[in-house]
Design a protein around this ligand. Structure first.
Ligand SMILES: *Cc1c(COP(=O)(O)O)cnc(C)c1O
Length: 513
């Protein structure tokens, strides 16, 4: 029996299977897909993962969720997803950095950030799902994934979809609006089915243009008739990106037991640097499955709408502006995956009402009962830009362990909120991904300070060398980042903002013009 998926707003009654939900992405009517039931596991089930290689842990958890891919094939896909493109065969290792504070390292993948945990895996199941549906005749076209990115997601998506069958991917980033390292990572991307374009405008312009292309019937028709392609966004609300994020929480608990960090059955707290609420939602599902996770500590940066929501029960973006921080992947106003948590706590009628309030009034307020249910396991706090950099420096001085600014937000919140339980602090990026701000931190500078003149004009890799030598022997630069200066740039096209710019770029790419 395959698990079916329900719609958080109960407007879509199609009840897709896993592979169908992955291809559809979002429910008809704007809601998100959630599993019809959450599998319950025993402590022995959890512990049994400790003896398996990571890919087998993935296949086992996917089987608990009854994915509609044959078990042997699912294992093959998991092995391809979590193979030797990772620089640590444990894939998601847990390290006890100070007594009682365990770091879950989610950045051993090819782009050195946590998005790889899902984006190395999801495209394989996506491609498999397309092949399955083409075979049964329910689907004709291959898929073109369109991504607007402010930096990290674009690279992780490119790396995940590169040379995947039945898929192509085009990424649009704001020209001049991403770091030199992020630009380099994207424009040097390998693969015969990928394209990368700069857009004259900011991230919002990119996003608006991509969205407009999605909704343009003429463009969709042109793609179908001329290239046999349909559009997909593969974004972070796709269930195919969430399921892999449940696996590492189950896996981490098993690891902690094996390492002696917790006695089997005793609770831990988990602290997650949060933006779109996808990563921490993985921990919520693991908790619901029976993994002994007591509290979820939700860590925000100065874009602290979630911390306010958890404190007050009101989600309010009516008077908020976007703040620039050293942890850009958490800079967010609307935290899309929160809708799934609200569904599980309050059901579809409430979700419909709150999401309508959010779109009409830019705010919603949950009822007392839901608020109390939520407060029983979810706690939140936020960290200022200056404090996050100070945390990097302090932890490095005390332990020699170097963290990136996103992880620093979680570390600081974990220290403030920790109780008697061991804490699993989730580390979402390798420090080298955010080398300039890590260097500022080590030098005691602030986020908006210029780097000292001796660092000006350095290439991305050369800057990382400088950070590594400042930080000492434990600070190692991942090979792909260390070697990036030498890679040839494949993509240099910059297009105008707006739907026409995006569509013309895609047409020209697909027709070889
Ligand atoms: C995406 C991202 C986050 C936020 O994760 P969500 O799932 O959006 O909450 C945190 N840190 C890094 C480095 C990221 O790339």
């Amino acid at each position: 029996m395959a698990m079916r998926y329900l719609d958080t707003r109960d407007l879509d009654s199609s009840r897709p299977t896993f592979t169908e939900a992955v291809v559809k992405g979002i429910a008809h009517g704007g809601g998100l897909y959630v599993p019809e039931r959450i599998p319950a596991v025993t402590l022995e089930d959890v512990l049994s993962l400790a003896d398996l290689p990571y890919a087998e842990r993935v296949a086992r958890v996917f089987a608990w969720f009854e994915v509609d891919v044959q078990p042997a094939r699912s294992l093959e896909l998991a092995r391809a997803a979590y193979g030797d493109q990772w620089d640590d065969e444990r894939i998601a290792p847990v390290e006890e950095v100070v007594p009682g504070m365990h770091v879950l390292e989610l950045w051993h993948g090819p782009t050195s950030a946590f998005k790889d945990m899902a984006l190395q895996c999801m495209p394989l199941y996506f491609s498999e799902a397309i092949a399955m549906q083409q075979q049964t005749g329910t689907l004709e076209d291959d898929f073109l994934v369109l991504v607007a990115t402010s930096g990290d997601t674009g690279k992780a998506a490119l790396e995940g979809f590169a040379d995947r069958e039945h898929t192509r991917i085009a990424v649009f980033y704001p020209h001049g609006g991403v770091s030199e390292m992020q630009r380099k990572q994207m424009v040097t991307q390998r693969g015969s089915n990928v394209a990368v374009f700069g857009v004259r405008g900011n991230f919002d312009d990119c996003q608006a243009a991509v969205k407009a292309a999605f909704n343009d019937a003429g463009f969709n028709r042109w793609l179908h008739e001329n290239a046999h392609l349909a559009l997909s966004s593969a974004n972070s609300i796709n269930w195919g990106r969430l399921l892999p994020q449940i696996v590492y929480y189950v896996s981490a608990y098993a690891e902690m037991v094996r390492q002696g960090g917790v006695v089997l059955g005793r609770p831990i707290d988990v602290c997650v640097p949060t933006g779109n609420f996808g990563n921490i939602l993985g921990a919520y599902y693991a908790r619901r499955m029976g993994v002994p996770i007591e509290r979820l500590l939700c860590a925000s940066n100065e874009n602290n709408v979630l911390a306010d929501f958890i404190a007050t029960g009101t989600y309010d973006i009516s008077a908020r502006t976007f703040v620039t921080t050293p942890s850009p992947s958490m800079d967010i106003l609307v935290s899309s995956n929160l809708e799934r948590l609200l569904y599980h706590l309050a059901g579809p009628e409430s979700v419909r009402e709150w999401m309508r309030d959010l779109s009409e009034q830019k705010r919603f307020r949950i009822d007392r009962d839901t608020f109390h249910q939520m407060r029983a396991f979810l706690v939140g706090d936020w960290v200022s830009n200056d404090d996050s950099l100070a945390t990097i420096k302090r932890l490095h001085q005390e332990t020699g362990y170097l963290i990136d600014p996103h992880t620093a937000v979680a570390w600081e919140v974990a220290e403030r909120l920790r109780g008697d339980n061991p804490v699993l602090v989730v580390s979402t990026a390798h420090w080298a991904k955010f080398g300039a701000d890590v260097l500022r931190a080590l030098l005691g500078l602030r986020h908006d300070d210029e780097l000292p003149p001796e660092y000006a004009g350095r290439t991305p890799s050369a800057l990382l060398d400088a950070v590594a030598s400042t930080a000492g022997p434990r600070a190692r630069v991942p090979q792909a980042l260390a070697e990036i200066d030498a890679l040839p740039e494949r993509f240099s096209t910059v297009v105008n903002a707006g739907r026409e710019g995006v569509e013309a770029a895609v047409r020209a790419w697909l027709t070889g013009a």
